[in-house]
Design a protein around this ligand. Sequence first.
Ligand code: NAD
Ligand code: ZN
Length: 249
Amino acid sequence: MTDQVSQLAGMLAAASSAVVFTGAGISTESGIPDFRSPGGIWTRMMPIDFSDYLADPDARRESWRRRFEMEETWNAVRPNAGHRAVAELAARGIVSHVITQNIDALHQASGVPADRVIELHGNTTYAKCLDCQARMEIADIRRHFEAHGDAPACGACGGIVKTATISFGQAMPEGEMARAHRATEGCDLMLVLGSSLGVYPAAGFPLLACRRGVPLVIVNREPTPQDRFAELVIRDEIGPTMDSVIGAL
Ligand code: NAD
Ligand code: ZN
């Protein structure tokens, strides 16, 4: 066991309301490319801006085509050792909340109770009406799209339907932001797993914890702009690292 692993295990053992803050890096070991990987989904296609989605039916159709192309991938992905370690920490009462930038719902799939997961950028596994927030299932939208060449309007209010994710140019979800603030205000340790900490306002939460004097730990393959504020930086793979941490607890 490395010194860094035992140091993190010791910090977790002393914590009772740790917040885990995750980014795309915790899901790469499940086969979902992160933002930066060459050839990743995000580098191949220009993201569709929220204002274009609202204004342009062609942009909406293109967005749905991309989403359906990913359907098999999203359905097949499973949590990895990193997600499982976080779920174990939540089950032991060490981690109070998981704040995630991911849209893949893998924290819930690994057993973290849904009310402990705060999704800052939404969730791609279902859709929502942009006006009345009514939930719709992707499979139903796909059937309609294949029959009519378009996604259906909201069955309740006629509004525009979109995956339940936050697009570029779309406002952050107020309720989730407020929950993330409360969780961060109440935390006694902030553990970042797999985020470049370059996307704001999400990356403001680890900083907020630091300003409160709460220790910050970052596990990430690459350096991040917040490493200099961290009490401990582990520059290694998340799954094997967190597996060892659980073993050392
Ligand atoms: P990012 O791609 O900017 O950063 C990911 C970081 O994780 C990188 O610094 C990388 O070095 C590190 N990393 C990757 N795999 C790792 C591993 N196995 N072990 C250790 N470190 C590893 O991701 P971000 O900070 O989350 O920001 C990207 C944005 O894209 C987010 O807003 C997110 O919503 C979105 N996104 C989500 C998913 C998903 O839901 N799984 C995937 C791609 C992008
Ligand atoms: Zn509606």
